[in-house]
Ligand binder design. Structure first.
Ligand code: ATP
Ligand code: SF4
Ligand code: MG
Length: 356
């Protein structure tokens, strides 16, 4: 993946706060859920940016804003330089074609009363300019073929397919408008491990075939490493560390990333013996009541006074020395520290080859 590829999505200061109300008759705003609280990243053409983080950290909320299912409270989402959060009407519709979503649960995200042909062809109803009416069935058959399904099954219903096949249907629908960006929100989390690798391999192939850029969201760190060029780690509505897969998995500098990685099982017994497991204490704070300063400080074993007072910015920590070294990547910690996970790094799990 060339580092210099064009920036296709630039996300800056992205915020989504949901009002917290009380009372039935006289609804009063008593606070807000800070689901996404200042997220910045760039997605380059042809790359996969993985986003990982614990449940509730705001991953899906970011995804929904990227595909315009929700409007941000603040911040910008630039698609090829144009802020799509400011667009409306026809201009917005034209941009939306290019950024499509693949959802998590193939069992609930497909309408059980529609045939797969109608499901995959549905985007053409919303964007009729994308394919002339007479050509749509042919395109849907081609899409079925592209994702490895039998085009003859165009009139079947979702329940007649397995979980993995249904996710292929979801991917075919995501591809119908020939988008440039696919936002995949936990696309394989609901699938068996062996099926997961088939779907990941399919997404890999489609990426080169159709020159796609992916935002790939998951909580499984091994899967994210398998597919991502770069990885962003989220905690309580913010990205706390972001870098290439090697930087994040082998040279994490943020205590939260180090803790997450230490909890991933390592297949090699020797490496396992050398690795220290970091157990995080305390619960994730509520997004309605985010700690002052560093939001991770209530669970961080390295927290000091400064952490409660000063919000750490997401930047390359200057005190780490070697500006060209693998530890020199963005990390939001006052006391970021280079730790070489080296051989014991997780994510080396070899996913099984797909079965024919
Ligand atoms: N419509 C909403 N109204 C109020 N709060 C919401 C709404 N949608 C999400 N939230 C809250 O925002 C936070 C982030 O939710 P989100 O679904 O983005 O997390 P996630 O990282 O995708 O979690 P998971 O891994 O479980 O899918 C959560 O605390 C959630 O309860
Ligand atoms: S800024 Fe402080 S509390 Fe936050 S991660 Fe770094 S050491 Fe921990
Ligand atoms: Mg989610």
């Amino acid at each position: 993946m060339a580092e210099e590829a064009e920036a296709i999505l630039e996300v800056g200061g992205l915020v989504k706060h949901y009002p917290l109300t009380q009372g039935v008759l006289f609804r009063k705003e008593v606070g807000s859920v800070r689901a996404v609280d200042g997220v910045d990243f760039t997605l380059r053409r042809g790359e996969t940016l993985g986003i990982v983080g614990e449940s509730g950290c705001g991953k899906s909320t970011v995804a929904r804003m990227l595909v315009n299912l929700e409007r941000p409270t603040a911040g910008a989402i630039r698609y090829k330089g144009e802020d799509i959060t400011r667009l409306s009407g026809r201009a917005l519709k034209a941009v939306r074609r290019n950024i499509q979503m693949v959802f998590q649960d193939p069992y609930t995200s497909l309408n059980p009363r529609m045939t797969v042909g109608d499901i995959i062809g549905e985007p053409y109803e919303i964007h009729p300019e994308a394919a002339p009416r007479g050509e749509r069935r042919k395109r849907v058959r081609e899409l079925l073929d592209v994702v490895g399904l039998n085009p003859e099954h165009i009139n079947r219903y979702p329940h007649q397919f397995s979980g993995g096949q249904r996710q292929r249907i979801g991917i075919a629908r995501g591809l119908a408008l020939r988008p440039e960006v696919i936002v995949a929100d936990e696309p394989v989390s609901a699938l068996d491990v062996s099926v997961q690798s088939q779907v990941i391999n399919l997404m890999d192939r489609l990426q080169s075939e159709f020159d796609l850029s992916y935002v790939f969201i998951a909580h499984d760190l091994s899967i994210v490493r398998h597919i991502s060029d770069r990885v962003g780690v989220m905690y309580l509505g913010r990205i706390v560390e972001i870098g290439t897969d090697t930087e994040i998995y082998d040279h994490p500098t943020h205590p939260y990333t180090q803790a997450l990685l230490s909890a991933v099982p390592v297949p090699d017994p020797e490496a396992r013996a050398h690795r220290e497991r970091i157990i995080l204490t305390g619960d994730v704070p509520s997004p309605t009541n985010i700690p002052s300063g560093c939001r991770f400080r209530t669970r961080c074993w390295k927290a000091r006074e400064r952490c409660a007072q000063e919000v750490p910015t997401l930047a390359v920590p200057l005190h780490l020395g070697d500006p060209a070294g693998p530890a020199a990547h963005d990390s939001a910690c006052h006391f970021a520290e280079a730790v070489s996970f080296g051989r014991s790094a997780p994510g080396q799990t070899v996913l099984p080859e797909p079965t024919p």
